[in-house]
Write a protein that binds this ligand. Structure first.
Ligand SMILES: Nc1nc2c(ncn2[C@@H]2O[C@H](COP(=O)(O)OP(=O)(O)OP(=O)(O)O)[C@@H](O)[C@H]2O)c(=O)[nH]1
Length: 388
């Protein structure tokens, strides 16, 4: 635990309104440096028209900038590459493209840009006329698909905070329909686009980015499986595995996610980290608002309990369960330890796979098969499961 380290210790304020001490973040903003070690990581490209909100999204989600600060962001005029490298599961690069980039320019190296791309996020400003944006979406998606058919195409219908509920739905329906028709007219019916309604002023942007990032985590089925088993055996109603710094959830169980539960869990992480940062004991060199001692329990006045446990340096498990079921805390804690061990094994196997046997996005390949698809890890949890 550590005490909060503020900005007055010689580090200029960098515009990040963070719950965390500066050390507890994603490290220096990479700017335009190209990092060789980062080259093999999957890429998420952020594209869209000027002022659609690309840089704001990246800064708010991954650099703890407060939404109001984004009003002062300057227009991006070159491709900005940012290396997200904190958690073993959350490893990728984000490339923020200038809105005014000319895709007809011949010096544009499509093969290089789209070749190593895992997901392409196209941001559309829902508060603006979006016909130009749809044309550009069509142009980019078809070009990207020709180079790399494995790219996940994600459309963020952004700035929906300015729209009422009905307009949001209408806007999504209209954009969806037009985008699909355009693709069909260009002869690309096979391209799949996913749509998300987003705003930096609420949790929707974190939820949407969670879903994008999850598509790049090849261990996802194993993680979901582990969470399902944990829930079943511990009478937990909903559980999320969070990347603590960004508050994106890298996995959840197979029950549907409702926005309120996700927001509650995000708020709980903020409360826990804030309290730890302010009142925690400061250690000499290594301040850590979140460490292996971190756990938190919040009882709500509707008979529900929120329970947070540290899984590893960057991951936290946050569960929602009924207060009655929390009577068996010992069992829940024991099951959690089994769960944590199993996650540890996923990490170890993943690290082993950072070898010549790894495919292009770091997915482990064992004996010619897909490791997680085989579900080797889940029995650990079942075997050690006490009877409840
Ligand atoms: N209301 C609202 N405004 C937003 C949202 N996201 C971003 N903005 C605002 O949109 C403006 C443009 O944001 P930027 O992030 O600079 O846009 P950009 O797409 O990176 O722009 P370029 O760098 O020119 O391509 C800023 O004033 C942001 O505050 C949102 O969710 N809601």
């Amino acid at each position: 635990m550590s005490s909060y380290q503020d900005d007055e210790e010689g580090v200029p304020f960098d515009g990040q309104a963070s719950s965390f001490p500066k050390e507890f973040g994603y490290g220096a903003f990479d700017g335009d440096q190209d990092n060789n070690s980062a080259d093999h990581k999957p890429r998420i490209l952020l594209m869209g028209l000027r002022r659609s909100g690309k840089s704001s999204i990246q800064k708010v989600v991954f650099h703890k900038m407060s939404p109001n600060e984004t009003l002062f962001l300057e227009s991006t005029n070159k491709i900005v590459k940012d290396d997200i490298n904190n958690s073993s599961f959350v490893q990728f690069q984000i490339w923020d493209f200038p809105g005014q980039i000319d895709f007809f320019d011949n010096c544009f190296d499509f093969d290089n840009i789209f070749g190593g791309c895992g997901a392409l996020v196209f941001v559309i400003d829902a508060q603006d006329d979006y016909l130009d944006a749809l044309n550009k979406l069509n142009l980019i998606v078809t070009k990207a698909y020709k180079v790399n058919q494995n790219i996940k195409f994600e459309v963020f219908i952004h700035k929906v905070d300015g729209l009422g509920d009905d307009s949001k739905m209408e806007c999504q329906r209209d954009i969806h329909q037009r985008a699909i028709d355009d693709l069909s007219d260009s002869g690309f019916d096979q391209i799949h686009l996913s749509f998300h309604l987003t705003s930096i002023y609420d949790h929707s942007i974190f939820e949407a980015f969670s879903k994008v990032v999850q598509k790049l985590i090849t261990q996802l089925p194993a993680l979901e499986n582990l969470l399902n088993i944990l829930n079943t055996n511990s009478a937990i109603e909903k559980s999320f595995l969070f990347d603590v710094v960004s508050k994106i959830y890298i996995a959840t169980d197979s029950t549907p996610v409702d926005m309120q539960s996700y927001e509650l869990c995000c708020d709980m992480i903020d409360v826990a980290i804030d309290l730890s940062s302010i009142y925690g004991v400061k250690e000499e060199q290594e301040p850590a608002a979140f460490d292996e001692q971190s756990s938190s329990l919040i009882k709500l006045n509707n008979g529900t309990v929120l329970y947070l446990r540290e899984v590893n340096k960057f991951l936290a498990l946050v569960c929602i369960l009924r207060e009655d079921n929390f009577d068996h805390k010992g069992i829940i804690d024991y099951n959690f330890l089994c769960f944590r061990n199993a996650i540890q094994q996923v990490f170890e196997l993943r690290n082993k796979s950072q070898s010549p046997m790894t495919n292009s996005i770091g997915s482990p390949v064992v004996n010619g098969g897909h490791l997680m698809g085989d579900g080797h890890l889940s029995p650990t949890l079942i075997d050690e499961q006490p009877l409840s």
